[in-house]
Every structure is written in C-alpha cells, then in structure tokens.
Design a protein around this ligand. Structure first.
Ligand SMILES: Cc1ncc(COP(=O)(O)O)c(C=O)c1O
Length: 387
C-alpha cells in the first residue's frame, strides 16, 4: 500500500510551480496538481528511458491509440476504434483545438459557470462569444449544492456552436448523472451544438462514485461529442503534457486533427511513455489507494470546515481533489483569496477566475498529505477566528 502521508519536500525542486510561485512562508493549496510522487511503474519506465540516453523524436503510433481504446473498454465498456484516438499536448490545447476546428463563427461557446479558468480563455483564442450558463447554488446546513437550471440551459446553449462540458466538474466536484447527461445531450443535438467533454478528472472518483463518459451513453450521442481525457491528473504527471481526444465521428475528428497539424502541436516522448504506462493498468492499485486517501482528505476538509469555520460553506466533492468554499456569509471583506494569503499564509485559488459567480469563494486543493491539509485548514480557521 502506498503511504500518501509521506511526501517529498517539493521546495527542493526549484522548478515546480505550486511550491515556488509564492513566498516561502505561504502554504500552497492552489494549482491543480498533487503533492504525491507519480506511481512507481511510471517512474521506473521513465528512468529506463533516461538510462538509454537517447531522447529522439517520437511520433505517436498505433500502440498508444490501442492502449487508450483498451482503457475506455476496460473502464466503461465503451468500444472505440484505435483510429478515433488522437494525441494532444494536454487537455487545454485539446479543447482549444476542438473549438478552433469546430466552432460556428456566428455562435458562441457555452460553459457552466463557475468553471475551470482556462474554459474562459477559449473565446479569446477562437474569437467567439462566451455564453455563461451558471449552475444554480443552494445551501443546506452549510453544504453547497449546484444544479442545472434546465430552462436556462436550453435558452443559452442553443446560441452556442460548442458546449464545453466539464465532467467531473472543476471546481465543484460534481459528477453529472446519466439522466443529466442525456438531457444535456438531447438539448445540444436538437439545437445542433457540438459537445466537447473535458473528462480529465474522470478517474479521480471519491467514495464509490461511478463515471460514465458522455459519449458512451449512446451511439447517437457519441456522434456529437469530442471526449478529452488524460492520465495527468489521475497519476499526477501534469508536467509531462500528454492528453487524448476520443472522437469516433470522422466528421468531427478530421477537422480536429487538421487543426492540430496546422498548429504544429506535438507531445514530448516522456509524456507519451508515461501515458502508455498509466493506461496499461500497472498503476491501478496505486490509484485505488489514492482514491481512498483523497476520500478521507475530502471528509477531513468537510468536517473541519463545518465544525470550525462558522458561516463558511463547502461542497462535498464526488470527484477530484478540489474543494470549493463559500465565504460570502463571513465577515471577510473583498477577496477570500487575498484574505487567506495575507492573514493565514495559505494560497487558495481565487474564486473569481472561475467566473463572476466565484466572487466571495475560493478553491482549495486537498491533493496533499493529511498533515499539510490540517495545517492549511488550521491556519485558515485561526485567521477567520481573529476577525
Ligand atoms: C477541467 C480541467 N481541464 C484541463 C486541465 C488541464 O489540462 P492540461 O494540463 O492537460 O492542459 C485541468 C487542470 O486543472 C482541469 O481541471
């Protein structure tokens, strides 16, 4: 069993962004990578490559496509042909390329806010309007719930050419249910909206939650979907920049691949190699242990906030290692991000970067050791108590 309580001192790596971006006295609980080393099989495979010494060009071949297709079959019984798998240098480039290739110049890109900050950049890159479809917040006993307003969804999404779905959702930790996915897909198909489904967090499931890729629901829905997946979040190798687009419909895949070519985007060989090992199944025991640890961290977070931070509200994420905290009922004036950075020496992610609904909120990264999580929360609790 992997002991996730033992983590390396990340400040010893002067190149890692999370632990070097802020001053040394600040505990970083922001950017979405974890403080755990990648699983042994990946590290061993990368060491072997390095020992060989020659790091030449590597064009992604059939083997990686077959590995990704096999993983989809293994995880979801989703049968896709290896040809429907394209390689991308990550998911942000994947959805940017998808939007560039498949947008409709007169229509926009729809996103469910508050949502991952990079979703908000696509409009600038592609030069199309962004259509926000806010998820509707409710609160019960200081626990946050977010739901789709279906009338609003249809009214807004039909103005879009592309719906960029985040499932599981960053920063809210939602896994959309099968019936919600069907309803979203039916509305999109009715209004000729292409769905780009960012499923990067789909293997980071907490408790016993299950996940269904949007495109797996039916062969009809599959025709309208670009699915984006990556081993980077799950196996904590985001700095290797390797992701995949699964696009069974040739009419969507060909323009996607053409745009990828046009942009001259390539994946480094170490990323490809890590991706192969990650999806081979050799790291799945590590992943099982990780999910238990993250579930316990999530419980620790929710318990700490509800017991020790009066008027602070929290989600109970079903997936990801990202929590979402609502400070709008506290006495914090202005940005909670600034407040905690100054007064608690804890760097969260600023809520507003996820959309205007994020004002007064912040995202917390609990992909770390229990000791660091506890220290961060205690510092925050103390700063709140002093107000
Ligand atoms: C929903 C989502 N998509 C994409 C990414 C980043 O993907 P990549 O590093 O592969 O570009 C993140 C990282 O936090 C994310 O949360």
């Amino acid at each position: 069993m992997t002991n996730f309580n033992l983590i390396p001192d990340r400040r010893k790596n002067p190149h890692g962004t999370k632990w070097t971006y802020y001053e040394k006295d600040i505990l970083p609980m922001w950017v979405a990578d974890m403080d755990f080393p990648a699983p042994k099989p990946i590290l061993t495979a990368l060491h072997k490559r390095l020992e060989h010494g020659v790091l030449g060009y590597e064009i992604p071949g059939k083997a990686i496509q077959e590995t990704v297709a096999a993983r989809m079959d293994y995880l979801y019984k989703w049968k896709v042909s290896p040809e429907s798998v394209s390689v991308a240098p990550g998911i942000v480039s994947g959805f940017t390329v998808a939007a560039r290739a498949l947008h409709n110049a007169k229509r926009g890109i729809a996103i469910q806010t508050p949502v991952y900050n990079e979703f908000h950049e696509v409009k600038n890159n592609v030069d199309i309007p962004q259509i926000d479809i806010p998820l509707v917040k409710s609160v019960k006993k200081n626990i946050l719930h977010y739901e789709i307003d279906w009338d609003l969804f249809e009214k807004r999404v039909k103005k879009a050419g592309i719906f960029l779905l985040c499932n599981p959702h960053n920063p809210l930790g939602i896994i959309f249910s099968r019936s919600e996915l069907i309803r979203m897909a039916e509305i999109c198909i009715k209004h000729k909206v292409i769905i780009v489904s960012d499923e990067i967090h789909s293997e980071l499931l907490l408790d016993d939650h299950k996940f269904t890729p949007m495109a797996k629901i039916s062969r009809e829905i599959e025709k309208h979907v670009v699915t984006l997946i990556a081993p980077s979040k799950t196996f904590n190798v985001p700095g290797l920049f390797c992701g995949f687009a699964v696009i069974p419909n040739k009419e969507l895949r060909e323009p996607f691949e053409k745009e990828m070519q046009r942009m001259r985007l390539h994946v480094a060989s170490m990323g490809l190699h890590a991706g192969m090992v990650a999806y081979s199944g050799k790291c799945d025991n590590w992943l099982t242990d990780l999910k238990h640890y993250l579930t316990d961290n999530r419980d620790f977070l929710v318990d700490f906030v509800t017991r020790n931070m009066p008027n602070v509200r929290t989600t109970i994420p079903a997936a990801t290692y990202l929590g979402w905290l609502d400070f709008t009922q506290t006495e914090i004036d202005g940005s909670p991000f600034e407040f905690f950075k100054d007064k608690a020496k804890v760097a969260l992610s600023e809520g507003k970067i996820f959309g205007k609904e994020g004002a007064g909120h912040a995202r917390i990264n609990f992909g770390t050791s229990r000791a660091i999580l506890k220290e961060g929360l205690e510092r925050m609790g103390e700063a709140l108590g002093k107000r």
